[in-house]
Design a protein around this ligand. Structure first.
Ligand SMILES: Nc1ncnc2c1ncn2[C@@H]1O[C@H](COP(=O)(O)OP(=O)(O)OP(=O)(O)O)[C@@H](O)[C@H]1O
Length: 231
């Protein structure tokens, strides 16, 4: 399992959202993507997920260039975007069945994922009728249904209540035991609870890419370290 990003540049008009980014990940681990608002986190995640066209550079996942092997790559990558776009009129089970049909996934796998993300009691409801936390779980279920090697989650616990945050974190932790997970968050406690490694982006540049202990370094908390690096 490997992700190699070389000189990735993404511009929006004159603005450079990502500036010659280089990242190498060679094993399954949970990586926290940190950075102030507008740093470039979502742009990076969308680029890796193959939903945003990049201007320069290369993204190689499992030895395949995601730009030139789009279909193969999408089979191996799961993505939960920040705004979690779901078909609100669809029933939970129906939406998962729909994706399962596209990827030729078994009903047993659907049942397994429904159980893993904890949506069994809600599976016969319309997505639009679910609470935000349950909608987030449905988004997560859709992202992991095809058993991707790489899971990309853009602020997965944003807007959830404390119990739901813990539950979603546990799901992420479990997935990270076997797969590569990259997730963005502004919650340092979450980084501490889940990540082995952090990547800090600021104004489209990587400022830090290291083990969490190293990131914290001499600072008394991750918040303090974050503030020091980004101010
Ligand atoms: N579609 C777009 N068109 C123009 N500019 C964009 C677009 N998407 C992102 N940007 C700009 O690129 C920069 C990086 O945005 P991005 O959404 O990647 O930041 P972020 O780190 O995810 O921020 P946040 O923490 O607020 O979600 C920002 O300045 C943003 O305004």
């Amino acid at each position: 399992m490997s992700l190699h990003i070389t000189n990735l540049t993404k511009k929006f008009g004159q603005q450079i959202a990502l500036n010659k980014i280089n990242i190498a990940i060679d094993q399954h681990e949970i990586i926290g993507l940190l950075g102030p608002n507008g740093a470039g986190k979502s742009t990076l995640m969308k680029s890796i997920a193959g939903v945003l066209k990049i201007d320069e550079g290369e993204i190689i996942f499992n030895n395949k260039n995601i730009q030139t092997h789009e279909i193969d790559s999408k089979k191996q990558i799961g993505f939960l975007p920040e705004n979690n776009p779901l078909y609100k009129e669809m029933y939970v089970q129906e939406s998962l069945q729909f994706i399962a049909n596209v990827h030729k996934i078994s009903n047993a796998r659907i049942a397994e994922v429904v159980d893993l993300v904890g949506i069994t009691p809600e599976k016969n409801k319309k997505i639009g009728q679910l609470s935000k936390g349950y909608q987030q779980r449905v988004g997560l279920a859709q992202a992991i249904l095809h058993e991707p090697d790489l899971l990309i989650l853009d602020e997965p616990t944003n807007g959830l209540d404390p119990n739901q945050i813990i539950e979603i974190r546990n799901v992420i932790k479990k997935i990270g035991e076997e797969k590569m997970v990259i997730f963005s968050t502004h919650i340092m406690q979450e980084v501490e609870a889940l990540c082995s490694r952090v990547i800090l982006i600021h104004q489209g540049n990587i400022l830090q890419d290291c083990a969490i202990e190293e990131f914290k370094g001499k600072f008394s908390s991750l918040e303090e370290a974050f503030a020091s690096y980004t101010n």
